[in-house]
Design a protein around this ligand. Structure first.
Ligand SMILES: *[C@@H]1O[C@H](CO)[C@@H](O)[C@H](O)[C@H]1NC(C)=O
Ligand SMILES: *[C@@H]1O[C@H](CO)[C@@H](O)[C@H](O)[C@H]1NC(C)=O
Ligand SMILES: [Fe+2]
Ligand SMILES: [Fe+2]
Length: 738
């Protein structure tokens, strides 16, 4: 995303008043104008700013009633709740999730910019001390309220959160959707594709995340603990990742908590695009809340186990717990951006941290009712339309050659004839540039308005180019133009001061999400040698690190951390035996210390340097006096490896490919072992060798545990052996030929 030159600098009297009035009016009117009819008419300019509609949708003759609207919105969230926790089966949900989270962010920001002095927007510029004081004030207010509450209770006052056991049960059910995804907002923030420079911050947030997951111990797993609590009233509670959990019979009937849960799952999906927003969200979410403390006190009074809430009073504490770590992350982030990208970039980074913070606070404070989120969020992926349009122009380029040479029309910085030159138009980058430029070329294309666009008019009956497009081609072009609504979600972009990313860019999610969940993930290039090889007796690796060819080793080494990273994004899936083992495995790869009984809290990520697998990989690069690439993408651009790409593809479906991924991991672990024992070759320092040996033992232990869990499943075992053999073959290619 590029930065916008025109920055909305709040407060800015005239425009802000316009925005305030416009948003207030629209907020007041919104329930009344929600009916799809008035929106499709486009009679209200403001409304055309909302998310696009599918024009072919059936229009109901009457407006739905308020309860009906609530029900539809509730179902919308439930559907997302399920799909987002089963993402590998529903990759199409990504663009919907992205637009929905942008919509929620925008709504929250609209509300909060109305009275910036009363919220975190009062910290106009980033200042660590002021932020610390701001959060400290919040903390003091909560503890003061709690003190008051305790005094009231001590003097015989009634319970305030729950009246009696029945009421408590209702409350526990009401908030359940949120608690059953505890930690989810950080679920994708462990991706190997995140720039290496952000890894120290990522490691801290991941520390929080794995603590939510009990650090691989199901007794301490937050979702598991909440499930146990609910089982007191609902012994047959289905798993939170199933469709059954959505059934209204469980009394999870609060739209607010479904919205909150889904928002967490949604924002987590875009760890690169929304990195600062996630840090801000985390900073708010981890703060101590009054009702957590009240619940810890009142639940045992009515016969419920308060452990879940007690845990959150202590683990989230602001001195050494999650709240403290959550504040450090945005602070380091904004400082790092300032150092590397300058003041303006840091200002935007701070705005974005604020936006995430506000989203969390807003979700927690909105009423338990529908927000009017557009439910018909564009379901045809934009990129599909865009690639169809590109294909049309590619096909036309040949026929159109020379026809436009007298034509003075410029699209972007080139004449049309120049664009369509068949030699150039064969290049993908050229096509993309053309379509991008075209989408911004008024009067030829008015984004969002095909009828007004001259290109369309000329191609229609009566136009100069009538007949050069078939009817279907013209329809595709029209749909594409109509999908290019400018400022579909203006407020978030205005607020943070970023240019809106072109509607078709990123609507499939960021590169990471694409890499992680967008691609097919099937092993497309299974070759026969693998199957036969897997039947051979598997040999041990017979070489030492000095035999290794770094340029082949490095892409495998860095990429190997992707293998099981996506297994953990749905917190509820990590409380069983396999899930816990995977969490511990990933912790070892990241170089965390061995899980103890004690929660390590703030102690852990303070160790300097990256002592995990990636850190050791970067050390190899430095020791070989090679330039250190900034991220995985650059690693693979520099040292291409089709097997690394294959690992990334396979890892995008961690459940379907689980056996294969385990097998590959095991083979690569043997490679790690070889490297760990060859420090005298100079490839890594002897200190790193010692660390690596320990990491290898820990990973081995966890992988073995996973393998035992699948040992009764013939198919998975076959996948395991195949993955193992396949990776071994690749590892052998890393050995220098004599
Ligand atoms: C374009 O014009 C046609 C015919 O007047 C109309 O049916 C259609 O809805 C218009 N499309 C848009 C996007 O305004
Ligand atoms: C796992 O094995 C099954 C059959 O045993 C096969 O259909 C599937 O493609 C394998 N998966 C991978 C990722 O190789
Ligand atoms: Fe938690
Ligand atoms: Fe927490």
């Amino acid at each position: 995303m590029g930065f916008n030159e025109v920055i909305l600098n709040l407060p800015q009297p005239p425009s802000i008043w316009f925005v305030l009035i416009a948003t207030t009016v629209s907020a007041l009117l919104y329930p009344f104008i929600l009916s799809r009819k008035s929106r499709i008419d486009g009679s209200d300019e403001k409304l055309s700013n909302r998310l696009p509609e599918n024009p072919k949708r059936f229009r109901p003759a009457t407006k739905p009633t308020a309860p009906e609207l609530s029900f539809r919105e509730l179902e919308f969230y439930k559907d997302l709740f399920f799909k987002l926790q089963n993402l590998e089966s529903y990759p199409d949900v990504l663009p919907i999730a992205r637009q929905s989270i942008l919509w929620l962010l925008s709504e929250a920001l609209k509300d909060y910019t109305k009275s910036p002095q009363t919220n975190i927007l009062s910290l106009e510029t980033f200042d660590e001390e002021k932020l610390c004081r701001f959060l400290g004030d919040h903390h003091s207010r909560v503890t003061a309220q709690y003190k008051e509450y305790i005094e009231l209770r001590d003097s015989g006052g009634p319970r305030q959160l729950v009246r009696d056991r029945h009421d408590a049960e209702r409350w526990l059910r009401k908030i359940a959707p949120l608690k059953l995804v505890d930690g989810a907002w950080l679920g994708h923030l462990n991706k190997i594709s995140i720039p290496f420079a952000l890894r120290p911050i990522m490691k801290k947030t991941w520390q929080i995340f794995t603590e939510e997951l009990g650090d691989g111990n199901h007794q301490q797993h937050h979702v598991y603990i909440y499930e146990e609590l609910l089982r007191q009233v609902e012994p047959d509670l289905p798993k939170p990742t199933t469709k059954e959990i959505l059934h209204p019979r469980y009394g999870f009937n609060s739209i607010k908590y479904w919205r909150g849960a889904v928002a967490q799952l949604m924002i987590s999906l875009f760890p690169e695009e929304f990195f600062p927003e996630i840090l801000g969200f985390n900073m708010h979410f981890e703060m101590l809340q009054l009702d957590t403390m009240q619940a810890a006190k009142e639940l045992p009074e009515v016969g419920f186990d308060p452990y879940y809430f007690l845990l959150h009073v202590s683990i989230d504490n602001s001195h050494s717990g999650h709240a403290a770590m959550s504040m450090e992350c945005p602070v380091s982030y904004v400082q790092q951006i300032e150092q590397t990208k300058g003041k303006e970039a840091a200002r935007i980074a701070w705005r974005r941290v604020q936006a995430g913070y506000i989203l969390s606070e807003w979700l927690a404070s909105t009423k338990d009712e529908a927000t009017g989120i557009p439910l018909q969020i564009n379901r045809t992926p934009c990129s599909q339309l865009e690639s169809r349009v590109t294909a049309i122009f590619r096909a036309k380029a040949q026929a159109a050659q020379g026809l436009h040479c007298g034509c003075k029309v410029k699209i972007g910085n080139r004449h049309i004839d120049e664009w369509l030159s068949p030699g150039e138009f064969g290049r993908e980058k050229w096509q993309k540039d053309f379509v991008d430029s075209l989408s911004r070329s008024k009067p030829w294309v008015y984004p969002g308005d095909s009828n007004k666009s001259r290109l369309v008019r000329e191609l229609r009956w009566g136009g100069k180019m009538f007949g050069s497009f078939t009817r279907d081609e013209l329809l595709d072009l029209e749909h594409w133009i109509d999908s290019l609504r400018p400022h579909r979600i203006p407020f978030y972009y205005d607020f943070v001061g970023l240019a809106e990313s072109a509607p078709c860019q990123g609507c499939e999610g960021s590169d990471v999400a694409k890499a992680v969940f967008g691609t097919s993930g099937v092993s497309d290039d299974a070759d026969d040698t693998l199957t036969s090889h897997s039947k051979q007796q598997l040999r041990k690796l017979e070489f030492t690190a000095s035999d290794l060819d770094l340029t082949r080793l490095l892409p495998l080494w860095i990429t190997q951390c992707c293998l099981l990273e996506s297994y953990v994004y749905a917190p509820a899936r990590t409380s069983d035996k396999i899930g816990c083992a995977v969490v511990r495995l990933l912790r070892a790869q990241l170089g965390f210390e061995t899980e103890g009984i004690m929660v390590t809290g703030i102690d852990e990520p303070h160790h300097d340097g990256d002592s995990g697998i990636v850190g050791i990989g970067l050390e190899m690069i430095r020791r070989a006096f090679l330039p250190v690439p900034p991220d995985l993408k650059s690693v693979l651009a520099r040292w291409p490896s089709s097997f690394a790409e294959k690992m990334l593809r396979l890892s995008s479906k961690p459940l379907q490919n689980f056996g294969t991924l385990l097998g590959i991991s095991m083979a690569l672990l043997e490679l790690q072992e070889v490297v760990s024992k060859s420090a005298d070759s100079g490839i890594i320092s002897s200190q790193s060798g010692v660390c690596l040996q320990e990491l290898v033992r820990r990973q081995y232990h966890q992988l073995e545990e996973c393998r035992q869990c699948i040992s009764t499943d013939e198919k998975l075992l076959a996948n395991y052996s195949q993955g193992y053999a396949m990776a071994l073959l690749e590892i052998e290619k890393c050995v220098k030929s004599a």
